[in-house]
Design a binder for this molecule. Sequence first.
Ligand SMILES: NC(=O)c1ccc[n+]([C@@H]2O[C@H](COP(=O)([O-])OP(=O)(O)OC[C@H]3O[C@@H](n4cnc5c(N)ncnc54)[C@H](OP(=O)(O)O)[C@@H]3O)[C@@H](O)[C@H]2O)c1
Length: 300
Amino acid sequence: MPSANARIVLTGAGGQFGQTLVACWPDSLLSQYELIPLMRGDLDIADAAAVHSTLDALQPALIINAAAYTAVDKAESEAEAAFAINERGVANLAAASTCPLIHLSTDFVFDGAASTPYAENAATAPLSVYGKSKLAGEKALLAQKPDAMIIRTSWLYSEYGANFVKTMLRLMSERDVLSIVNDQIGSPTSTHSLAAVVCSAASTRLDSAAMPKEPSGIFHWSDGASITWFDFALEIQTQALALGLLKSPCTLKPIPTSEYPTPAARPLYSVMSRARARAEFDCPTNTWQAELKRCLLASS
Ligand SMILES: NC(=O)c1ccc[n+]([C@@H]2O[C@H](COP(=O)([O-])OP(=O)(O)OC[C@H]3O[C@@H](n4cnc5c(N)ncnc54)[C@H](OP(=O)(O)O)[C@@H]3O)[C@@H](O)[C@H]2O)c1
């Protein structure tokens, strides 16, 4: 049994995933572990001394790192800031922790040349500074803490913060016509489904006193779709109209990536296999459409 004051530290608690995890922290963990949500103002993971002193004071049983530099396009001109957080910040957590650590990473570690779902051990070749900094963080973490868990996810959205779903709802209510990229294929992921997987991973690790290092390494989690941004926008519009979140439809126009240039290159295909996560954790079984509906209801 864990001690009465056993703590789980959540870094990056103010982000869209962090806020979701705080909101849906399960009773099964709540009864045994106190969740300590740390916002960026409470702990800057890029500050090695602060990371050491905070973790030393809290002595957590587990760390969940949701802190990251996530401005994909801005990172192209702010590489130093992206690496300071996504590589060295993660290394700071690894160096200062004496407990298990669960970290989040991204489908943008892949170059998108595949046409079937990426396995965890598929070759990485990030196209962007953001993807390179996240891959460097994965490597720094596993080099120092081979028993860490890394959960890569993709196209994350929620009722919190800024994301594709919220941007679409706003633009669809403002415009008559919207052009949406239709040649990048991936898997939207609700922060709620990801939170369920992270909580199951946390329970698995905290319960595995007999085999404290298993399971470890890299896992993939998404909501299982294999769709384009255009397909996702269509479904957002269909559901939003049905729920009364939009009054009238706007015309959605499919366009190639070449007609929507961005500073950062993105993989044309980034669907990831979920088989390992499903084998090891208690994973949600909702369809991606059901996860979207849950988010839209929460946004209304
Ligand atoms: N969003 C996606 O589509 C997506 C896709 C795949 C993977 N992921 C990964 O999933 C994870 C969660 O993403 P998210 O969408 O929840 O990101 P998010 O909403 O951008 O949240 C990240 C949080 O980290 C905080 N942060 C930034 N620098 C920090 C630092 N030096 N120390 C402490 N906190 C810091 C941010 O604070 P400020 O707001 O104050 O900067 C923010 O609260 C990340 O690892 C991300 O790489 C995201």
